[in-house]
Design a binder for this molecule. Structure first.
Ligand SMILES: CC(=O)N[C@@H](C)C(=O)N[C@@H](C)C(=O)N[C@@H](C)C(=O)O
Length: 719
C-alpha cells in the first residue's frame, strides 16, 4: 500500500479512537462518579455523605485502621437531601437531617411530586451499620449532649429534646417556648444547660435554659444582634459576637459591611464585656460564611473569622480583657473550613495560600502562630477533620470528583480512602486539565479563569482533519462558551468543585462541553471569593451597577483573541447569579454572544429586592430600585436578539420561578428565539439526578443546534 495510504489509515485510526473516547464521554458518564460531602468526625471516627447518581448514603471510617462501613442502604434517588450529619461524642450514633425546610407555602421540597408530599426530619443511625435509621422527629440542626444520649434540634424556631436509644422513647418534647426564633444552640460541658440565640427581628438575645429548673437566663441583653454563642471549657462563661441592631428601614445586605464585636459574658451574673470590636464595617460575611465563626479553645483562647485585614483569616484573642487579636495566618490568601484539634493546640484549615485557584490544607499552632502546609500539588483539598493523629479530608483533582483522603500527622503520605475506584462509566482518561488564565477588565482589575481546551488531537470542531474526506473542510476554529458561577460569593477552581453537587456538576459539564469540542472559560468575575475582601465587595456590583459585566466583556475579548476560537461563535451559560450574567450578556450584547443557557437566573433586581425579603438581602431599598433595574437584563430587552434556553424548577426558593416566566413572556412578545425546560416541583439546586441529566441534555442539544460542533460526520443534532 502506498505510504500515504498508511499515513491516512493511521490518522483515521487515531481519529476513530478519539471518536470512541468521545462516544464514551457522555453526560451521564461524567456525572456518574460518587461525590463525598458533609465530612465530620469525633474520637477515632469520621462520617460523610456519598451521593452517587442521586442516591444518598452515609458512610463511616475509623482510624488509624481506615476501616470503611456503609451505614445506610438507600438504593434509589428519592430527591431528598441528607444534611447536618453529626456524630455523638461517643461515636455510637450519627444524627442527620433528611429533607429540606418549608417554603412560604409551608411545604418541603417534593421534586418527585409524591402525592404524600415530603418532610424535613431528624434521624439517627447506629455506627455499627447493622440497624435501620430511626426517625426522631420533624426538624433540623441536631446537637448532641456531652454524654451522647440526648439530642436537641430545632423545629419552627423552637427547640426540642429527644432521648436516643434503639427506640425514641419517650417521644421528643419541646424544651421550652420563647419568643422569636431560637438558633445557634449547644449543651453546656456538664450537659445541664442549653445555650442559644433568640432572633427577634431588629435584635437578638443570648439565653441559657436550665434543664433542672426549666428557667431561662439572659446574658448581657441589649439592643444589638447577639449571635454564635460558645461555652468556655469550664461552662462558667460564654463568648458571642455582637452586631449593631437594626434601624428603621435598614435592610440586610449579603455583601457584608457591618461592624462586629467579640463579647464575653459571665453565666452566673449575666454580665458581659466587650473584648474587641472590628475597626470598620468588616462584619457580615465573616460571620455567615464559615461553619464555625467563633470558637473557645481548651487552651482558653477565642478564635474568630474576620476580613478586617482584607482577607478572610482566623484571629485569636484572649477572653479575659479587651485586647488586640492576633492574625494566625497573615498573608494575601483566604481561609475557609477549619477544624480545631481536640486539645485546642492546632487549627487545621483549607486555604488558597500560594495556589489561588485551588485549596490545600494547613495547620497553625494557636500558641505560636507557626503554620505548616499539610497537602499540596494539584488537589482540591477541603474540610479537614482530625481524628487522633490522622487528618481526614475531602479531596478532588482536575480529573477526580470529591472523595475522601487521609494522612497521618506523622507521615506526609496521603491515601485515598473513598471511593476505592471510579465507575467504568466515568470518563477519567478523557478529561481535560483546565488551565489557569488571567485577563484584565476595562478598569484594570485582574480576573482569573479556568480554560478548558478540547483534547489535543480532536480536530477543530470535532471533524476529521481537512483533506481526509474530500467533501469536508474542517473549520479552523471552534465555538467557545463562557461559564459564570452563582452566588456571587463563589470561586470556580482548577478541579472538581467542593461546594456540593451544584458546582461539582457545573465543573463536570464544562468537562463534557470541552470534550464536545467547545473551548470553555469559567470566569471568576468580581464579587467572587478567593481574591480578597475588596474583590468580593467590588464597588457597584450586581444591583448597584453590574460592574462585573466588565469582566464578562473582558472574558469575551480573551476568547476572541484565542487562536482556537471562532470570535463570532461565543455562547454563555450559568446558574442563578451565573444565569443573571448570561441573560445580561444576551440583553446587552447579542452582537457578541450567539446564544445562551440561563439556569434559574435573576432577571430583575428591582423585583427581587421585594421578592423574598425586604431588599432581597441585597439592601435594595426604594432609593436603589432604579439602579437595580438598570443593572438587570430586563432593562435591555429591546436589544436582546440571540436565542436562549431557560431552565428553572418551579419550586425555586432562592430565585423565584416568576423571574423566568416574566422574562420568557417578554422575549416571546418580541420574537426572540426561546426554549424552556421547566422542572415541576424542583428547587434551586436540583434534587433529582434525573433533573440534572435532563438539564444538561437539553443544554447539550440547544448548544449543538445554535453553536454546532458536529459530533460525527454529517449529523446535525435535532433541537
Ligand atoms: C440573597 C442572595 O442573593 N443570596 C445569594 C447567596 C444567592 O441566593 N445567590 C443566588 C442568586 C445564587 O447564585 N445561588 C446559588 C447558585 C449560590 O451559589 O448561592
Amino acid at each position: 500500500m502506498h505510504p500515504t495510504c498508511y499515513l491516512t489509515l493511521l490518522l483515521w485510526l487515531t481519529f476513530d479512537s478519539l471518536v470512541a473516547q468521545h462516544q464514551l464521554f457522555t453526560i451521564d458518564g461524567v456525572l456518574s462518579a460518587p461525590y463525598s460531602s458533609n465530612l465530620t468526625g469525633v474520637g477515632d471516627r469520621v462520617v460523610w455523605l456519598v451521593t452517587e447518581r442521586g442516591v444518598r448514603n452515609i458512610w463511616t471510617a475509623t482510624f488509624p485502621d481506615a476501616k470503611l462501613r456503609q451505614l445506610t442502604q438507600q438504593r434509589t434517588d428519592d430527591g431528598q437531601d441528607l444534611n447536618d450529619l453529626t456524630l455523638s461524642p461517643d461515636g455510637r450514633w450519627v444524627a442527620y437531617v433528611r429533607g429540606t425546610g418549608k417554603n412560604k407555602e409551608g411545604v418541603s421540597p417534593n421534586p418527585t411530586s409524591s402525592p404524600t408530599s415530603a418532610e424535613q426530619a431528624v434521624y439517627v443511625v447506629s455506627t455499627t451499620g447493622t440497624a435501620e435509621p430511626i426517625r426522631v422527629g420533624v426538624g433540623s440542626h441536631p446537637v448532641w449532649s456531652p454524654e451522647g444520649k440526648r439530642l436537641v434540634y430545632g423545629n419552627g424556631g423552637q427547640l426540642y429534646l429527644a432521648t436516643i436509644s434503639d427506640k425514641i422513647h419517650p417521644a421528643p418534647t419541646r424544651l421550652f417556648t420563647a419568643r422569636g426564633s431560637q438558633a445557634d444552640y449547644s449543651f453546656s460541658p456538664d450537659g445541664r444547660r442549653i445555650l442559644f440565640a433568640s432572633y427577634r427581628g431588629y435584635h437578638s438575645l443570648i439565653g441559657i435554659y436550665l434543664l433542672d429548673n426549666q428557667q431561662i437566663n439572659w446574658l448581657a441583653a441589649g439592643v444589638d444582634r447577639d449571635q454564635f454563642p460558645v461555652w468556655s471549657p469550664d461552662g462558667r462563661q460564654v463568648a458571642f459576637e455582637r452586631v449593631p441592631g437594626s434601624r428603621h428601614g435598614e435592610l440586610e445586605n449579603i455583601q457584608g459591611g457591618r461592624p462586629f464585636a467579640i463579647w464575653v459574658a459571665d453565666v452566673a451574673t449575666g454580665q458581659g464585656r466587650e473584648i474587641w470590636h472590628s475597626p470598620g464595617d468588616d462584619g457580615g460575611f465573616a460571620q455567615y460564611y464559615p461553619t464555625a465563626p467563633l470558637r473557645w479553645t481548651r487552651q482558653n483562647q477565642l478564635l474568630f473569622f474576620s476580613e478586617h485585614d482584607g482577607w478572610m483569616h482566623v484571629y485569636k484573642v484572649a477572653p479575659t480583657r479587651a485586647n488586640t487579636p492576633v492574625d494566625l495566618m497573615p498573608g494575601a490568601f483566604e481561609v475557609e473550613e477549619t477544624c480545631l484539634s481536640a486539645d485546642g493546640r492546632y487549627l487545621y484549615y483549607a486555604s488558597n495560600e500560594a495556589d489561588t485557584d485551588r485549596r490545600h490544607l494547613w495547620r497553625v499552632n494557636v500558641e505560636t502562630a507557626h503554620r505548616e502546609q499539610l497537602t499540596s500539588g494539584k488537589g482540591i483539598d477541603t474540610d479537614p477533620v482530625v481524628v487522633g493523629q490522622t487528618l481526614v479530608y475531602r479531596d478532588a483533582a482536575w480529573n477526580e470528583p470529591t472523595g475522601i483522603a487521609w494522612r497521618s500527622m506523622t507521615n506526609p503520605k496521603t491515601t485515598a480512602l473513598f471511593p476505592a475506584k471510579w465507575p467504568n462509566t466515568f470518563p477519567k482518561a478523557a478529561l481535560t486539565e483546565p488551565q489557569a488564565i488571567t485577563f484584565a477588565a476595562a478598569d484594570g482589575l485582574v480576573v482569573h479563569g479556568q480554560l478548558f481546551l478540547p483534547p489535543a488531537g480532536l480536530p477543530p470542531a470535532g471533524l476529521p482533519p481537512a483533506g481526509l474526506l474530500p467533501t469536508t473542510t474542517a473549520p479552523k476554529q471552534r465555538p467557545a462558551l463562557l461559564f459564570f458561577h452563582g452566588g456571587p460569593m463563589r470561586q470556580m477552581l482548577l478541579g472538581w468543585h467542593y461546594r456540593g453537587i451544584y458546582y461539582a456538576n457545573a465543573y463536570a459539564m464544562n468537562q463534557y462541553l470541552a470534550q464536545q469540542g467547545y473551548v470553555v472559560l469559567a470566569v471568576n468575575y468580581r464579587a467572587g471569593i478567593g481574591y480578597g475582601r475588596a474583590f468580593r465587595r467590588a464597588d457597584k456590583q450586581g444591583p448597584r451597577g453590574a460592574s462585573e459585566y466588565q469582566d464578562v466583556l473582558a472574558a469575551a475579548t480573551f476568547l476572541q483573541n484565542h487562536p482556537a476560537v471562532d470570535p463570532k461563535r461565543l455562547g454563555l451559560w450559568g446558574g442563578s447569579y451565573g444565569g443573571y450574567l448570561t441573560a445580561l450578556g444576551l440583553a446587552r450584547n447579542s452582537d457578541l454572544f450567539a446564544c445562551g443557557v440561563d439556569l434559574h437566573g435573576v432577571h430583575d433586581w428591582s423585583w427581587r429586592g421585594n421578592m423574598f425579603s425586604p431588599g432581597g438581602d441585597w439592601g435594595i431599598g426604594e432609593a436603589e430600585t432604579k439602579e437595580a433595574l438598570a443593572s438587570s437584563p430586563n432593562a435591555d430587552l429591546s436589544r436582546w436578539r440571540s436565542p436562549c434556553l431557560f431552565i428553572h424548577g418551579d419550586d425555586d426558593r432562592n430565585v423565584a420561578f416568576a423571574e423566568t416566566v416574566d422574562l420568557v413572556q417578554k422575549l416571546r412578545s418580541q420574537h426572540v428565539p426561546t426554549d424552556v425546560l421547566i422542572l415541576p416541583d424542583e428547587v434551586h439546586g436540583f434534587l433529582l439526578h434525573k433533573s440534572w441529566l435532563a438539564v444538561y441534555g437539553a443544554m447539550d442539544r440547544f448548544l449543538q443546534y445554535y453553536l454546532p460542533v458536529p459530533r460525527s460526520l454529517g449529523t446535525t443534532p435535532k433541537k
